[in-house]
Design a protein around this ligand. Structure first.
Ligand SMILES: [Ca+2]
Ligand SMILES: [Ca+2]
Length: 227
């Protein structure tokens, strides 16, 4: 019985460490952009969402992470994108992955993997873009640095996960967002655990709390759960 208990604890610990990999750190609901720094262009927080002027880039003050994501939404039918910015050192030195409405019909259709501020095409080996399997007006959009020389992009609405190798590693650690056109984002997620404007009910922090309080309690909790 003791051995069984110990094995359940180990399984529970693994499950928590993967499930709690991303939490909302900014829901853009307080009308202020003070947690962010506009590195290029201007940024706005309106109606509970975040956006910026064309070619704008904003970084989250004092934050770093190896996984970031947002709920990205298109608006209007001119060319537009939302970019996830990671390993930010400067406007010319960062990983810049954008989901774009490339044919100006009001729906995202392609993801590009660049560096800089929508600048260099040579951040990843081989193709620097992939087409979405179908066009979408909005989706959770996520970028992960796998810390092995590869990055992964996840688009929830189309169910696509694409992994590519970086040409060279980036030196910076900053994280941020980029904008063009009318696209907006909401609920910025990271695995960095820095909560600025947390939403009321997010399951991941509770799981993290249990993890921190002790694995014995967690193991017991898992075992009592009905099948
Ligand atoms: Ca919001
Ligand atoms: Ca489109």
């Amino acid at each position: 019985m003791r051995a069984f208990h110990q094995s359940m604890i180990a399984i529970a610990a693994i499950a928590v460490s993967t499930q709690a990999s991303a939490t909302v750190v900014d829901n853009f609901n307080d009308g202020s952009t003070s947690a962010w720094t506009a590195q290029s262009g201007t940024i706005t927080e309106v109606g509970g969402a975040f956006s910026g002027s064309n070619m704008s880039v904003a970084t989250l003050n004092g934050a770093s992470a190896t996984k970031i994501g947002v709920n990205a939404k298109s608006s209007g039918d001119s060319i537009q994108y939302v970019a996830l910015v990671m390993n930010y050192e400067s406007l010319t030195n960062n990983l810049f992955v954008k989901m774009q409405d490339n044919n100006s019909n009001g729906k995202f259709d392609r993801v590009f993997m660049y560096s800089g501020n929508n600048y260099s095409y040579s951040a990843v080996q081989g193709y620097n873009y992939f087409d979405l399997s179908f066009e979408i007006e909005e989706s959770f959009f996520e970028l992960t640095d796998n810390l092995d020389g590869t990055i992964s992009v996840f688009v929830e609405e189309t169910g696509q996960t694409v992994t590519r190798s970086l040409v060279s590693p980036f030196s910076g650690t900053g994280i941020g967002l980029g904008f063009y056109g009318g696209a907006t984002v909401d609920n910025f997620y990271t695995n960095g655990g820095l909560a600025l404007e947390p939403v009321a009910a997010v399951p991941a922090p509770a799981a993290l709390g249990l993890f921190g309080l002790g694995l014995l309690g967690l193991g017991a909790r898992v075992r009592r759960r009905p099948a």
